[in-house]
Write a protein that binds this ligand. Sequence first.
Ligand code: XIL
Length: 297
Amino acid sequence: ATTLGASAAQTNRYFGAAVAAGRLGDATYAGILDREFTMITPENEMKWDATEPSQGSFRYTSADQIVAHAQAHGQRMRGHALVWHAQQPGWAQNMSGSALRNAMVNHITQVATHYRGKIYAWDVVNEAFADGGSGGRRDSNLQRTGNDWIEVAFRTARAADPGAKLCYNDYNTDGVNAKSTGIYNMVADFKNRGVPIDCVGFQSHLTNGPPGDYQANLQRFANLGVDVQITELDIAGSAQATGYTTVTRACLAVTRCTGITVWGIRDTDSWRTGENPLLFDGSGNKKAAYTAVLNAL
Ligand code: XIL
């Protein structure tokens, strides 16, 4: 096939991009989006600070704009992210204890209910594990409400939208390391105890390429009985095209790897300013990295 989306569909996978509502009016941007991509993740518009700017008052304008675009163009949605230590509204940053726990539960219920039936998969919890060798949880206001906050978040999301796949999403989890093993142990525990979890997202913000055990790491999670997805792929560095080939081949080699999302469309849309980590240049031309992915799909 001649596009990323159509090529990924040959193996029942999707190929997605992170999208900013403010760029949908850019004809070059929207043209590439609708030609190439079959899944959309809102880059910022579904985060807590965007959807609940003051407590109990919900604002969906920008996120709804993206969902409407997706529905009009036959694209599916990954919801991102119901709870996260970052990009919280100021009022939540200042909360703790049962007040924060209740606010979290209400936030998940409201947002997942608003989008019920429209989301393929939700990143229910984002980046809750610590970097480094501990394999433990990241310290955050949410973590300090009690270690059970993650399972509470997943149960709440399931009740609000039983049809959405529920994912845990993180970075620096690309190889077998202390952090990914901590998450692996949590997922195994959730599966054992019947806590609802359907998928694990690997952000994959990379330089040159993934570690050598990338595919093996995806596979060990899949073997727990969850889908795995590459959720925020971007690759800086001189080996960029080769890195994209390696990531794409790894996903295709893992039956339960259901899709790949790149974190933006053109290099000029990327959050990694100056690193040019995406598949299209600033003018919207296909890069060598694009061809590498297309050929690997
Ligand atoms: C980034 C966005 O791309 C930026 O526009 C924003 O300023 C900060 O967040 N991990 C995630 C994403 O899960 O939500 C982040 O997105 C990138 C890192």
